[in-house]
Design a protein around this ligand. Structure first.
Ligand code: SF4
Ligand code: SF4
Length: 379
């Protein structure tokens, strides 16, 4: 196992994420405890010492299951992380109640790492609202030794992260972001890494394989990668890409079975970052993925002044692309973003006048795209 230094601690470069644990009868809330115990025992034996859960994973049962599995191992041999669930605004005034309950659920006396969960467009105002008392409470817990290291996770865009860091950056010790070979440019993970660097914050990676979706590449692309690295799977390529980013400390993978765990441990037994030729091959895979029906908006903003509805067209198109790449409604990011907009600024507020398309240098069918986006969001 590779290890990374963090404030004198030796953290395993691969962390076990507990958001996709094995379940019984396909019910996401019914975790197969025996299987989890087995996976955690194997992970410990192989040197993984970082375990990540959260209040909401598996309908609230992930913290319990992971806590039970870890209870079978000495407390000083693992690091446990969980998170304050402010993605649900009704939790904002419950930081004490939730924190105490998390200690009970996991059976722990302290958390090694505690994160403010999913800072994004829909909750930033409330996370920054001092009336909730979240930060003073968490700092108190840190002082009392019940939180050893404080950080945050973010799905929000860079301006949201900037607002959070301006307010709380001095208290943060690390940040968890979605980073993988697709999102390096697509969700501007590179820009986020650069921003965190300014605050001297190491990066924790989530969704390194986008829930397995990045492994679903065309046969042609797979053959090209295989030619360059005959012994590595597409999943391993995704991790090798991350290994080449020096700011990354822990990479979390939500593993669902022993086979995935074994393969990932094997990958993290050595650092085999990609060379230039390999990065170019991976970029070709990204180009192919982005070619599947996304629109080539460059965010030039030429169109926005022409919209009688005052829509933020480039941002809506960015969210549309996210939906296309992810499939279906596009996961939670597009729905979450659109949900934060007033009704008259959403994709279905487009009246189809076409003034925007007439000035778009990329010749994007903007009204058609927004109509398609509205239909996708409507399910
Ligand atoms: S077609 Fe829609 S997005 Fe474009 S200018 Fe008209 S209302 Fe705005
Ligand atoms: S004019 Fe076209 S490329 Fe420019 S922001 Fe608008 S949609 Fe995007």
């Amino acid at each position: 196992m590779l290890y990374k230094d963090f404030q004198g601690l030796k953290l395993s470069a691969l962390g076990l994420g507990a958001m996709r644990l094995p379940v019984v009868d396909g019910d996401d809330t019914k975790i197969d405890q025996d299987a989890v115990n087995g996976m955690v025992a194997y992970a410990m034996e192989q040197g993984i010492n970082y375990y990540d859960t959260a209040w909401g994973y598996h309908g609230g049962n992930s913290e319990v299951a992971l806590g039970r599995a870890l209870a079978q191992h000495p407390r000083d041999q693992f690091y446990l992380a969980t998170k304050f669930p402010g993605y649900d605004l009704s939790n904002m005034d419950k930081v004490e109640e939730i924190f105490e309950r998390q200690l009970e659920k996991t059976g722990m006396e302290y958390f090694d790492f505690y994160l403010i969960h999913n800072v994004c467009e829909s909750n930033i105002d409330e996370y920054l609202n001092p009336a909730h008392g979240i930060m003073p409470y968490l700092l108190e817990q840190k002082k009392a030794g019940r939180i050893r290291h404080l950080g945050f996770s973010a799905h929000g865009a860079i301006p949201v992260m900037e607002r959070f860091l301006e307010a709380y950056g001095e208290h943060m010790e690390f940040c968890q972001i979605q980073l993988n070979f697709l999102d390096w440019r697509f969700q501007n993970a590179k820009g986020k890494v650069d921003l965190l660097k300014k605050y001297n914050l190491p990066v924790w990676v989530m969704e390194p394989v986008r829930g397995g979706k990045l492994a679903q590449i065309s046969d042609e692309d797979a053959a090209r990668l295989h030619e360059l690295r005959p012994d590595e799977s597409t999943v391993a390529w995704a991790f090798r890409f991350i290994q080449g980013i020096p700011e990354v400390c822990v990479t979390l993978s939500g593993m669902s079975n022993m086979d995935q765990l074994k393969e990932n441990i094997q990958t993290f037994s050595e650092d085999k970052s990609l060379n230039e030729e390999e990065r170019a091959a991976l970029q070709a895979v990204v180009d192919e993925m982005l070619g599947r029906g996304t629109v080539p908006c460059t965010a030039c903003h030429y169109c926005t002044n022409h919209c009688p509805q005052g829509l933020d067209i480039p941002k809506l198109l960015e969210m549309y692309n996210e939906a296309i790449v992810t499939g279906g409604k596009g996961g939670f990011i597009p729905s979450m973003y659109v949900g934060t907009l007033p009704e008259d600024k959403r994709p279905d507020a487009c009246i189809g006048c076409g003034s925007c398309a007439a000035v778009c240098p990329q010749q994007i069918d903007i009204p058609g795209t927004l109509a398609d986006f509205a239909a996708k969001l409507a399910g």
